[in-house]
Ligand binder design. Structure first.
Ligand code: PLP
Length: 452
């Protein structure tokens, strides 16, 4: 089949996630056929640097034979068996042990899921179950953040703070509220009534104070948990001011509210530590994971559970009526285990922290000098550019679609960068080399020039 055939059949039968079906029908999909290292190849023979690691997940890059071998061996040996009731299998057990060893010391149990969304569904049920077992069933409210992303299932969508998602498909899960995100560039520097140049650290504390105000509004004894990504990913690679997390921790401790840190993007080295929680000194009660867990080679997620919650669920809970057919799927678990072994053996996390992270940071920061860029920020291997009108230095009217234009020009120029409105984002494979970072920079700059 040729590209037009694929495009015709795609248009006729395939509903893409997060896509305007009609617009896609008019433009036609780009067919991606193969990939190696940090590059994807389309059917037209273009080689494109994948600055997004797929969807923030292909951390070890494409074409790792060791991961293919791990899947193949496991599929031959035991392609499927479940972990319900009183059975399990070696890959699930070994992966559970490895995860608990890599995670902060108080996280000693894991519940497997098939995705990040399912992990967050699991979180919601665990949090409410925990408080019910503790004799506080009134603690039901979960507070997330505006623009946070926790998945696309009904619970994931409800926990997330994406207004367009809330606007479709009817009401979400009850008793979930959202508070202000620590988005300094958008809401601090340019927020209503805020003079440009106001202190970002004061803004970080203000966002934590907004959380406390919401807790008081909902009722101090009614709030079960706060859920947040260490760095907000899909919302625009939003790196909080240094004051934010310590202030949030203090608020949660004051009201005895569980902390859920969604590590689906930040986990497994993205910020230069095994988990974003380590970077920010957080001690989450629950930690949803997915994506980089298997470098995206096979779908798997999970929830790492802290001792406080695990002990209650185990000792007092009886049967937990929850689980998925593919919880801890053997082939997915085998690939995830091999992925983590390779990351350890190759020192991938340390390399992000000490080598490629700082290398990227220096070059990325230089893009702030481009007339179209109002801010260039990065941490580890996640980065964002805020596009502004060169004439005024103000943000564009989002209806102008400058970010999506830049994204399309970027793709045409051989680099995948994502746009969240007018925020351009990168999250490349963690194995990216210095030379490939240089190429990424060149292509990003060329796309900015072309957008002007
Ligand atoms: N949580 C975060 C922070 C995410 O970024 C995502 C996906 O992008 C999810 C949860 C949902 O994961 P999945 O798409 O595997 O369901």
């Amino acid at each position: 089949m040729q590209t037009p055939d694929y495009q015709r059949l795609d248009r006729a039968h395939h509903l893409h996630p997060f896509t305007d079906f009609k617009a896609l029908g008019e433009e036609g999909s780009r067919i991606i056929e193969r990939a190696e290292g940090v590059y994807i190849h389309d059917a037209e023979g273009h080689r494109i640097l994948d600055g997004m690691a797929g969807l923030w997940c292909v951390n070890l890059g494409y074409g790792r034979e060791e991961l293919v071998a791990a899947a193949t061996e496991q599929l031959h040996r035991l392609p499927y068996y479940n972990n319900f009731f009183k059975t399990t299998h070696p890959p699930a057990v070994k992966l559970a042990e490895k995860l608990c060893r890599l995670a902060p010391a108080h996280l000693n149990h894991v519940f497997f899921t098939g995705s990040g969304s399912e992990a967050n569904d699991t979180v919601l049920r665990m949090v409410r179950r925990y408080w019910a077992l503790k004799g506080k069933p009134e603690k039901q409210w979960v507070i997330g953040r505006e623009n946070g992303y926790h998945g696309s299932t009904v619970a994931g969508m409800s926990l997330g703070g994406m207004a367009p998602m809330h606007g479709q498909g009817g009401p979400g899960v009850p008793k979930i509220a959202h508070v202000r995100q620590p988005y300094w560039f958008g809401e601090g520097r340019f927020g209503e009534g805020r003079p440009a140049g106001q202190d970002p650290e004061a803004f970080g504390r203000e966002c934590a104070a907004a959380l406390e105000a919401k807790i008081q509004e909902l009722g101090e004894d009614q709030v079960a948990a706060f859920i947040a990504e260490p760095v907000q990913g899909a919302g625009g690679a939003i790196i909080p001011p240094a004051s934010y997390w310590p202030a949030v921790k203090a608020v949660l401790a004051k009201y005895d509210i569980l902390l859920v840190v969604d590590e689906v993007i930040c986990g497994f080295g993205r910020l230069g530590e095994w988990f974003g929680s380590v970077h920010y000194g957080l001690e989450p009660d629950l930690m949803p994971i997915a994506k980089g867990l298997s470098s995206g080679y096979l779908p798997i997620g999970g929830v790492l559970v802290g001792d406080r919650v695990a002990e209650t669920l185990i000792e007092e809970g009886g049967e937990f009526f929850h689980g998925f057919t593919y919880s801890g799927h053997p082939a997915c678990a085998a690939v995830a285990l091999r992925n983590l072994e390779l990351m350890e053996a190759e020192g991938v996390v340390q390399r992000v922290r000490d080598d490629v992270g700082p290398y990227l940071a220096e070059r990325w920061a230089a893009l702030a000098g481009h007339p179209l860029v109002g801010e260039a920020r990065s941490l580890g291997l996640i980065g964002a550019l805020e596009l502004v009108d060169p004439a005024s230095g103000e943000r564009f009217d989002s209806a102008r679609g400058v970010g999506p234009l830049c994204r399309d020009l970027c793709f045409a120029g051989g680099l995948v960068m994502r746009s969240v409105g007018d925020t351009m984002i990168i999250s490349p494979p963690l194995v990216i080399s210095h030379a490939e970072i240089d190429e990424l920079m060149e292509k990003a700059r060329a796309a900015l020039d072309a957008t002007l």
